[in-house]
Ligand binder design. Structure first.
Ligand SMILES: NC(=O)C1=CN([C@@H]2O[C@H](COP(=O)(O)OP(=O)(O)OC[C@H]3O[C@@H](n4cnc5c(N)ncnc54)[C@H](O)[C@@H]3O)[C@@H](O)[C@H]2O)C=CC1
Ligand SMILES: C[C@@H](CO)CCC[C@@H](C)[C@H]1CC[C@H]2[C@@H]3[C@H](O)CC4=CC(=O)CC[C@]4(C)[C@H]3CC[C@]12C
Length: 434
């Protein structure tokens, strides 16, 4: 099978439930047992009618059932950043959709109170307050984990954090996770990357319905995409490194486009901005500029699937990148948001941008200047700055089926359901604000 590679050019800154225990570190004895179990299971199924009269074989069946349930719940997963917007969806999805889970560790700088409600279920949920920039904290949390989903990160395109802090969390944090895998013997690492590692680039080139192999000049200057690109590169290069116990590390990266859904902070901010403007938003971006969006539930589902299938299809999936996609329509950033904001009573004024682009650019630059001037006194971080304007104003859409081909991904939520869920969430937010 040829190894597929991502098609972007340039340096970073510039329902399947297979048995599959063979790759679990530190479980050699159970591997042998599992192979035996699989064998027994087949033989048992084939002979089922004849067994009705055979007490001896009935005993074998019972043994088999007990062995199966012992095997069923054996894996320890760790999710870094598990209390964030995407993290919470991934955690809940894992608990619903991963029957082989024995323990789920959630590692985050800030633990959410909602974790408490998860602790009464059949899977052991362990909340760990920790910082990915601290190598020893990461290694301690990871000891004995089979799979790590690393999504802790500083998602900042508004100038809230310094470039150094963004680098420390997103790049050094990822290095720490990789080294902890090697030290502790964690063999499977899924990294939440971003479409931003590809583009839009600083030249504003459109990426129109592209896939993982589409040639594109990936050049960034902003600290966030730079850090994500560096971190992704580290993760992919670590594929194949030997972890404690001698087995190879298997890594891959998921690249969501702009995520939306329940808990999305930027959507909340835009909604409140609209309310302050008397229920109106003013079109700033031409409707023809398409922006890739994906529902958070589908991104979470993709993480669950990729983590599961990476254990079965290491040779195919190791070192690969996958865009996260679903059936959400291609629209401009603002028109897409109106799918949810509209039913909540907001109106987008204008069929064309009300201000010329040069004026918007000037306002964005003014915001950047104000941010710099006010920094010693307060944090001024509006939505509009030169970077976010360039992002919103450049077409970036994905059309691919790589995840379907490699690990059978199909979106769990249709567009209609994703839309309904997001609207319902916004309406609850609305009524709780009144
Ligand atoms: N929101 C989006 O549209 C997209 C997000 N992503 C990526 O998905 C991941 C999750 O993003 P979101 O859930 O949107 O962000 P978020 O900010 O809601 O979640 C990030 C989580 O990481 C935690 N965290 C931050 N610094 C940490 C540290 N030093 N140690 C431990 N935990 C730390 C935060 O407390 C937070 O719970 C990020 O890696 C981001 O780059 C990728 C593409 C799009
Ligand atoms: C100019 C404004 C007029 O209404 C609109 C400003 C919108 C911006 C705040 C967003 C436009 C594009 C968004 C980014 C994009 O979805 C890709 C992203 C990927 C990530 O990994 C993190 C988030 C983000 C950078 C996202 C952030 C918000 C926008 C810049």
């Amino acid at each position: 099978m040829p190894v597929e590679r991502s098609g972007h050019q340039g340096g970073p800154c510039g329902k399947s439930r297979r048995g599959g225990v063979e790759a679990v570190p530190g479980m050699a004895r159970r591997e042998e047992q599992a192979e035996g179990d699989n064998h027994l299971s087949l033989a048992g199924n084939e002979r089922r009618p004849a067994l009705v009269a055979s007490l001896g074989t009935l005993g074998l069946w019972l043994q088999q059932d007990m062995a199966d349930s012992a095997q069923a719940q054996k894996l320890v997963y760790l999710v870094t950043g598990g209390c964030g917007f995407l993290g919470e969806h991934v955690v809940r999805m894992l608990l619903q959709q991963e029957p082989r889970l024995r323990e789920l560790r959630i590692f985050d700088l800030h633990l959410g109170p909602w974790l408490e409600e998860l602790k009464t279920g059949p899977v052991q949920v362990t909340a760990i307050q920790g910082d990915v920039t601290q190598a020893h904290e990461v290694a301690a949390a990871m000891a004995g984990a089979h799979v790590v989903i690393h999504m802790a990160g500083l998602v900042d395109v508004f100038g809230r954090a310094s470039p150094e802090t963004i680098h420390a969390v997103n790049v050094q944090g990822t290095k720490n996770v990789i080294e902890a895998c090697v030290q502790t013997g964690t063999q499977f690492l899924v990294y939440t990357s971003s479409m931003e590692v590809v583009g839009p680039n600083i030249k504003g080139h459109p990426f129109y319905r592209g896939n993982e192999d589409t040639p594109y000049e990936a050049v960034h200057r902003h600290p966030y995409p730079c850090s994500k690109a560096l971190a992704e590169q580290l993760v992919l290069e670590a594929n194949g490194r030997k972890v404690r116990g001698g087995l190879p590390l298997v890594t891959c990266a998921l690249r969501p486009t702009g995520i939306y859904g329940e808990g999305h902070q930027i959507m909340r901010d835009i909604y409140h901005q609209g309310l302050r403007l008397g229920g109106r938003l003013f079109r700033a971006i031409p409707a023809s500029v398409e922006h890739g969006r994906v529902y958070v539930g589908n991104v979470a589902w993709m993480h669950v699937l990729v983590a599961r299938e990476l254990q079965q299809r290491a040779a195919l999936m190791g070192g690969q990148v996958y865009f996260c996609y679903d059936k959400s329509p291609y629209k401009s950033y603002e028109d897409f948001n109106m799918e949810f904001l509209g039913p909540c009573g907001l109106r987008l004024v204008g069929t064309r941008p009300l201000l010329p682009y040069w004026l918007l650019m000037l306002l964005a630059a003014l915001n950047a200047l104000l941010q710099w001037l006010l920094r010693p006194l307060l944090l001024y971080a509006p939505l509009l700055n030169p970077y976010t304007l360039a992002m919103a104003n450049t077409t970036f859409t994905v059309s691919t089926n790589k995840a379907q081909r490699h690990f059978g991904y199909e979106p769990l939520f249709s567009w209609e359901e994703s839309r309904t869920r997001t609207i319902r969430w916004m309406q609850t937010m609305d009524s709780s604000a009144q």
